[in-house]
Design a protein around this ligand. Structure first.
Ligand SMILES: N=c1c2ncn([C@@H]3O[C@H](COP(=O)(O)OP(=O)(O)OP(=O)(O)O)[C@@H](O)[C@H]3O)c2ncn1[C@@H]1O[C@H](COP(=O)(O)O)[C@@H](O)[C@H]1O
Length: 114
């Protein structure tokens, strides 16, 4: 498991007791779930735009770096979302571990019908 994800989980939990004036994460918690969801949506959109830029890129290294940057923002804000719901990156890695080696088609067939 990635150390940095676990370290971030710990910082994000600790920020629940911190001041919004001193911490960006605490300011997101203070603004509430709607603000956190808005940030996740924005970062997802920015990821899509960066990926499209890379598709038509004339500067591949720079645009790859930009995509990595945007996905880091997206991962970070999804970690904040998880922490706000008292979940952690470990809940996600456990789920990915459960799916590991299972074909996507088989996994989808095993999902409860919506
Ligand atoms: N990894 C990150 C991280 N990635 C992105 N960001 C912030 O996410 C924001 C995204 O930028 P935007 O321009 O979309 O957002 P914004 O304009 O600041 O906010 P709004 O206008 O939407 O309110 C920026 O403020 C970034 O600094 C992060 N902020 C914090 N962390 C980690 O979280 C830890 C705790 O942060 P604090 O709570 O601020 O101490 C830090 O030590 C880092 O390890």
């Amino acid at each position: 498991m990635s150390d940095i994800l676990q370290q971030l989980d710990q910082v994000l939990e600790a920020r629940k007791a911190d001041s919004p004036d001193e911490s960006y994460v605490a300011s997101l918690y203070a603004k509430g779930i709607e603000k956190i969801l808005k940030k996740v949506g924005e970062e997802a959109n920015e990821t899509i735009m960066a990926a499209k830029d890379l598709e038509h890129s004339i500067n591949i290294d720079e645009d790859k770096e930009h995509l990595v940057y945007e996905i880091a923002d997206l991962w970070f804000h999804t970690l904040v979302l998880l922490a706000s719901q008292n979940l952690t990156s470990a809940d996600i890695t456990t789920e990915l571990q459960r799916r590991f080696g299972l074909s996507g088609h088989a996994e989808k067939a095993s999902r409860p019908q919506e």
